[in-house]
Design a protein around this ligand. Sequence first.
Ligand SMILES: [Ca+2]
Length: 359
Amino acid sequence: MALSTAVYFTATFLNVGLIYALFSGKNNVCYDNLGCFDTSSPFDNAWKYLPQSPESVNVNFKLYTRNDPETGKVLNENDPDTVTTADFDAEKDIKFLIHGYVSRGNAPWVLNMSRMFLQKEDCNVVAVDWHEGAHTFYPQAVANTRLTAAVTAKLIKLLHTQFGLDLQSVHLIGHSLGSHIAGYIGHRTPGIGRITGLDPAGPLFEETDKAVRLDPSDAIFVDVIHSDGIPVIDLGFGTQQELGHLDFYPNGGTQQPGCPSHPYITGIQDVFTLHFKDVVHAVDCSHDRAIYLFTESIVNPCRFLGHPCSTKEKFDQGACANCGPTGCPPMGYPAKPNQAPRGRYYLKTGPQEPFCQSV
Ligand SMILES: [Ca+2]
């Protein structure tokens, strides 16, 4: 997230979105070759916002490979020639990196994670850029995730049907709103191998129908890292709710070590007395930590072993030290399907890189 996060968020929840919701009567929209979207249940989570047009959201894709790890080549879901002239190799695995609210496809974390993947293995990495749809009021951005997913699913379909890509070799990695985009892509594209949710967005998604949010039915294997799962009223952007086959809660999944404490607001006067930059840093730091933990797990041989446990409190009390007969599954890239029973896994990390403390 960027510095402007809190501004968008505050404006959204206090006035603009509410006015729109009250006075907008339109409840569906259709776009050529992408389908129709409506705001009836369960998609009433984004108030009455519908996805903006493909031209407005302007989803773009860039392919990075070992032959072209820095500049990348543009892929167009409507133009097979862009795939032919790029370095795409259908025989290799493919990772899609999907940013979240008020971020973009060339954000430093996206480029860095791409480099780590290409350092680790010879694969295709695609950065999904929907920044024009993500820099708007929050419920509008939430609605735009559906359109972004439709466009991205179209590219995957092109790679599958015309270039022979095996859907099981597809791994979608999304941060915040990007996690739910990955869920929608998976829902549209049965058979996708893996989705990793990096602190999936909580506001307007927590406790919604599984069609609206990331859930285990969206891919063969869905793993999730929760790093900021506290209620939005306390300025948390993640979720405590389990969304995958394996859900990891580093440091309890809320306040991350090395991050400033969340500014708990007890009254409207506190909004004006808290230092703005401090608030934004405190909010973003834990929310973004899931990205850095996952990135480290790609190349660091140290394993973030998750302990099965029902609550943070029990884990902190040492009641969950036993890994059980299946062993403790590693959080992050080394996580594998059927490695451990579905559920909540807790672990501790350090406050700075390298974060891993397990062996
Ligand atoms: Ca879903």
